[in-house]
Design a protein around this ligand. Structure first.
Ligand code: F6R
Length: 261
């Protein structure tokens, strides 16, 4: 696991975008992105849009797959992930909306299989962008999720519903279920870039990077991925035991591994 510690949230966006752009350059304009919702990747999307504008990133033929969707929220609802992805990813990055997929929260019984088939049809995800929940979830794979899971319906924990209540008028309005890519689905992405900011993520980051691989901290499954990068701010890094080593690695990277920032 590669760990990049940045001074603040803005720099997390800069470095994560640079990492994604480097991967995308290796793939070409038809890159397949995996995209997350939530607060964490917002600075990354803003920086990706800047790189495009500067001619340093070509997403003209890109397609994208979202990680998850609430069950039972109309797609016109501003907090449905269909709408969040349109606002934060599809439009700012100028990706063809016909090439952007979000799991079908209106048809949860068949959505999982259909989504897996669509990802396969697209040739798989080249680079998956992830946030992480305070409880270690990635996608909405809550603690206890099978490390081999595929896209399916999941029940949201009380903690996740409370955390996400900030996006709704009240806790009652937060859906109780979702469709999420599984941990096995996420592991199939060719690269993974996880972003995290703030002290509220410090326990989760320490657990997934330095603790045992366990379904109790679902993000720890990334220890099994060959190309997983964590881009985190100082507060999210605060509980890592080997921070000094990660900083040393990053500051002494050979030229070909450095990021263009
Ligand atoms: C989003 C997702 C979640 C979030 C996580 C962190 O599509 O699947 O795993 O990445 O809940 O959310 P924020 O970034 O809002 O703290």
């Amino acid at each position: 696991m590669e760990i990049i510690i940045c001074p603040d949230e803005a720099q997390v966006g800069v470095y994560a975008a640079a990492k994604i752009a480097k991967i995308a350059a290796g793939v070409g304009p038809k890159v397949v992105l995996g995209v997350a919702t939530g607060s964490s990747p917002l600075t990354t999307y803003i920086e990706l849009a800047k790189l495009e504008k500067a001619g340093k990133l070509d997403l003209s033929g890109a397609s994208a797959f979202a990680l998850d969707e609430y069950v039972g929220l109309p797609y016109t609802h501003p907090e449905s992930y269909h709408d969040v992805i349109r606002r934060t990813v599809t439009e700012p990055l100028g990706i063809d909306p016909a090439k952007v997929s979000v799991p079908d929260g209106a048809n949860p019984e068949t959505a999982g299989e259909a989504y897996e088939a669509a990802i396969k049809q697209a040739g798989g995800v080249d680079v998956q962008i992830l946030g992480i929940g305070a409880n270690g979830h990635v996608g909405f794979n809550e603690p206890g999720s099978s490390l081999a899971s595929r896209t399916r319906i999941k029940t949201l924990t009380a903690k996740t519903r409370e955390d996400n209540a900030r996006f709704f008028d009240s806790l009652d309005q937060v859906p109780t279920h979702c469709i999420t890519q599984g941990l096995g689905t996420i592991l199939d992405a060719r690269h993974v870039v996880l972003v995290a900011n703030g002290a509220g993520k410090a326990d989760a980051i320490a657990a997934i990077a330095e603790g045992p691989v366990s379904s109790m901290w679902p993000g720890s499954v990334l220890q099994l991925h060959q190309y997983a990068t964590l881009v985190i701010d100082e507060a999210a890094a605060a509980k890592l035991t080997h921070q000094d080593y990660y900083r040393q690695i990053f500051s002494t990277l050979p030229a070909w591994q450095r990021l263009d920032v």
